[in-house]
Ligand binder design. Structure first.
Ligand code: FES
Ligand code: FE2
Length: 477
């Protein structure tokens, strides 16, 4: 196959076979600009949650790459995502974070747009335009594709992008562990409180690859676990149920997604996690049993962390949240975090979870602070002309054999860096312009890619105790 100079340049930066990724990806402004064009203008991106805009006229201002967008519900209850820029001279049409409005009125010259995007008001339309402006041509720019997936709203600027379900592929199974009710019913989540937003002096990919499956950095959170911020108000920062399950990394190199989950290899009784709050404890015990009853063996998969390519990350369980790493320059990221809860959970449960979530995540959350410190200092220490010459190492687990499990993706059952390699393999494909045919003839359904799932397969006999079974490894985030 004839190779282009661009192809060679990109693949010189990302060599997943050797497990090497250039530091240029994290510090180079030219590459950053190319990402805006090659990735963010084409990928499916998370915009917000339908519970943020329950009524007609509700809106939430979000972002897709560097673009400001308005997520809104029109008078007919239809959900839209519009580019937040006036068609007249580009002024930001909506400068609030969220609210309710009959129209979006541009502050500059006063053009106004209905919540379905139509241009409905033009000052001096008769006097100055002589009624010669075709208002039907000058409505807000709308995304060509939008998807409401179990309450989460996703959109892409690429009308040729594959449908969302195809883009997600086998990652669906893992994303569902975030979005489905704790008792196994489909969907049913709502956003708890407001969206936390903060700025990090680091490249967005540090956060994305960490959430795609960096299970290796538990040492960073040692002090948090000593402080004891767990769900019950003490102890390890997440729940103890993980200690009875098999760690499972799932990578989708053809799609770019990565997830880490815990797979119970048998039916395991509920593990208490909220001992100090009996109502909450009872709620989660009930949900656990109910989920087992509803889903049968599928209930054995407990979600942990993941990253939907390119920049939407989640913590599926404890704490349950979704994050977007908005790119704001090679050395700058705006992080947004939404906290989720079952919409019909009792208020006592929501209250306890709210406190727990805040202890853990967001700019004031102790675990999130640890992560940011790593990414920020890594950025600083990587941008010098000398430092840039030395690739990062992603060789953990390269070429090793792993067990077979009945779960989608390229699976690793120990701490490894396959998920990060998968992320950068897809990054390189997008940057190389291979995005329009993401599969390129390879398997694209996310199931049983490469050496992964064999239906009915479980833990291999030869495996010893997984290195994380004693709770020493990181739960992500
Ligand atoms: S820029 Fe919006 S009306 Fe002129
Ligand atoms: Fe972390």
């Amino acid at each position: 196959m004839a190779r282009t100079a661009k192809h060679d340049a990109i693949h010189a930066l990302v060599d997943v076979k050797q497990g090497l990724v250039s530091r240029e990806l994290f510090v180079n402004e030219d590459l950053y600009q190319q990402e805006q064009e090659q990735l963010f203008a084409h990928c499916w991106l998370f915009v917000g949650h339908e519970s943020q805009i329950p009524k007609p006229g509700d809106y939430f201002v979000s972002g897709m790459g560097e673009e400001s967008v308005i997520l809104t519900r029109d008078q007919e209850q239809k959900i839209h995502v519009f580019l937040n820029t006036c068609r007249h001279r580009g002024m930001k049409v909506c400068r609030y974070d969220e609210g309710n409005t009959p129209v979006f009125t541009c502050p500059y010259h006063g053009w106004s747009y209905a919540t379905d995007g139509r241009l409905v008001g033009v000052p001096y339309f008769r006097e100055c335009y002589g009624e010669q402006l075709d208002k039907g041509e000058w409505g807000l720019v709308e995304v060509p594709q939008l998807m409401n997936y179990k309450g989460t709203i996703w959109a892409t600027w690429d009308e040729a992008a594959p449908p969302f379900a195809e883009y997600l592929g086998g990652m669906k199974v893992y994303l569902d562990t975030l979005l489905d009710c704790r008792d196994g019913r489909e969907g049913g989540s709502e956003v708890l409180g407001g969206v936390q937003k903060w700025v990090m002096p680091s490249n967005w990919k540090f956060a994305a690859e960490n959430f795609a499956g960096d299970a290796y950095h538990n040492i960073s959170h040692r002090s948090v676990d000593l402080a004891g911020i767990g769900p019950s108000g003490a102890g390890r920062r997440d729940t103890a149920e993980r200690s009875t399950a098999q760690r499972l990394g799932a990578s989708f190199p053809d799609l770019g997604h990565g997830a880490v989950s815990f797979l119970q290899l048998d039916d395991i009784p509920y593990t208490p996690s909220y001992q100090n709050t009996p109502i909450v404890e009872e709620y989660f015990r009930h949900c656990y049993e109910e989920r087992k009853r509803r889903l049968g063996k599928d209930a054995r998969l407990l979600g942990l962390v993941g990253n939907v390519f390119p920049n939407t990350a989640y913590l599926a369980r404890q704490p349950r949240s979704i994050a977007v790493w908005h790119p704001r320059g090679a050395l700058r990221t705006e992080a947004w975090r939404w906290f989720l809860v079952d919409a019909d959970a009792p208020s006592e449960v929501k209250d306890v979870l709210r406190h727990y979530y805040l202890r853990y995540s967001g700019p004031a959350g102790m675990t999130e602070q640890d992560d940011m410190e790593n990414w920020n200092y890594a950025t600083l220490a990587s941008k010098g002309v000398i430092a840039r010459r030395y690739s990062y190492n992603y060789q953990m687990g390269l070429g090793q054999d792993y067990g077979t499990y009945d779960s989608p993706g390229v699976l690793t059952d120990r701490i490894a860096e396959q998920n990060q390699r998968g992320f950068y393999e897809r990054w390189a494909a997008y940057m190389d312009g291979a995005r329009t045919d993401p599969r390129n003839g390879r398997r694209n359904d996310g199931r049983a890619t490469r050496k992964s799932a064999r239906p009915g397969a479980h833990r291999p006999e030869s495996r010893g105790k997984p290195p994380d079974a004693d709770g020493r490894s990181h739960s992500g985030g």
